[in-house]
Design a protein around this ligand. Structure first.
Ligand SMILES: [Zn+2]
Length: 401
């Protein structure tokens, strides 16, 4: 391969800084087990070898650009129709639903790769396509810290990975306090997932404030003031475009427009949250805690393997739409590799994991993963944290049916 693949994780300085300033937890990954270190070296070498032998770049290619065009079109074209053609409110709602599906597609298949720097070999193209986050009403820098830094470094660790943090009446971590209502969460979780996207519109404010106060923004060589200016301006432009334009150019009243806007976000939220949950909140995806000295007794690569799951590896259309997020094991081990390569490197990763005696957590179908997620929600809704048996974090995972 033409360029050295940047697959090796070095804990970023600001991540440690986050531990000290926000969480007062300084987590380190270190395993006394040589097998783990050897696995990490072998899986990097094997995947590296695939790219070297085939001579292809680990970044995106024209197929990814075609996908970006399709997803952006699915988001923008229905909106242009709403603004320009006379239509019934019901037909407009249908178009808002399609926009919601397109928005989720842009998030998973375009923005996600670009902010990981895997969309293109050109930095400017990653920056440009990463800016599609603004079209979704959210903020690039906040996503970068929340996702690239916290979620990808401290996957499934209570208190650090916000993706399993408390979300209203949902309990996604086995270490979180158990409440009575949680026993019903497998019933009410999915409608609540629909609020994820719209709540992000507001949550960005508190997250940026938190990152600024903790010094993370400056540590990233960004100006806290400028990030505020960007956040407020892009959100104002977004709301003016999404609500102001229909109000000016169509005959729909404000309530119809707000309903369409809400439905679009609800569809996006359900899709995004469900796809994310199928990777980390399913049976067999571990939620380790650090030891009292802040140590996770795992090599980081083994930690990612044991906290993440794949699903529906052979469902090609689904794989295309969800931007490879059904190959989350490969994504977490190699976040700088574009998702278009995951189907090819997955058998290499699986073979290496099995060679070293580690479970490769894969659900064969989307439905299988969905059922596993519902069962896990039910388990989390009934499992008292005091009853959680803490297995040593360096133990090999058991085979999950
Ligand atoms: Zn990611």
């Amino acid at each position: 391969m033409g360029q050295k693949m940047n697959s090796r994780l070095t804990l970023p300085r600001f991540a440690i800084f986050i531990n000290e300033s926000i969480c007062m937890r300084n987590i380190k990954f270190k395993s006394p087990d040589d097998n783990q270190t050897q696995f990490a070296t072998a899986v990097r070498k094997n995947v590296d070898q695939y790219f070297r032998e085939t001579g292809i770049s680990p970044k995106g290619d024209w197929t990814l650009r075609l996908k970006a065009f399709s997803m952006l079109a699915m988001y923008i074209a229905p909106f242009v129709l709403i603004l320009t053609l006379p239509m019934s409110a019901w037909f407009a709602m249908l178009l808002f639903i399609i926009m919601g599906i397109g928005t989720a597609g842009v998030g998973m298949g375009v923005m996600h790769d670009a902010i990981h720097g895997s969309y293109s070999r050109q930095a400017w193209e990653n920056t440009l396509m990463g800016s599609s986050m603004y079209l979704l009403g959210s903020h690039v820098f906040v996503w970068f810290v929340q996702h690239n830094v916290m979620h990808h470094t401290y996957t499934n660790i209570e208190g650090l990975d916000g993706d399993i943090g408390p979300r209203g009446p949902l309990r996604l971590s086995e270490h979180a306090p158990l409440k009575k209502m949680h026993r019903y969460q497998h019933w009410y979780a999915f409608p609540l997932y629909g609020l994820m996207s719209i709540s992000k519109l507001v949550r960005d404010f508190s997250q940026l404030s938190e990152y600024n106060k903790a010094g993370i923004t400056k540590a990233q060589r960004r100006s806290p003031g400028m990030e505020w200016v960007k956040l407020v301006s892009f959100k104002a432009i977004y709301l003016l475009a999404m609500i102001g334009l229909p109000l000016m150019l169509t005959n729909f009243n404000i309530w119809q427009i707000l309903a369409g806007f809400f439905i679009m976000h609800w569809v996006t939220g359900v899709i995004l949250a469900t796809i994310f949950q199928l990777a980390h909140v399913v049976e067999g995806a571990e939620q380790p805690l650090e030891l009292s000295n802040g140590l996770i007794e795992n090599d980081w690569m083994v930690h990612e393997l044991q906290t993440t799951a794949n699903f529906a590896r052979n469902q090609h259309l689904l794989n295309w739409y969800v931007g490879g997020l059904n190959f989350q094991i490969e994504h977490h081990l190699f976040p700088h590799v574009s998702h278009i390569h995951y189907p090819k490197i997955a058998p290499i990763v699986e073979r290496t994991a099995l060679e070293f005696g580690y479970n490769y957590n894969m659900k064969l179908t989307f439905m299988g993963a969905l059922v596993s997620h519902v069962r896990r929600l039910k388990e989390l809704g009934n499992m008292d944290p005091a009853m959680v048996v803490l297995v040593p974090s360096n133990s090999k995972a058991v085979e999950v049916a």
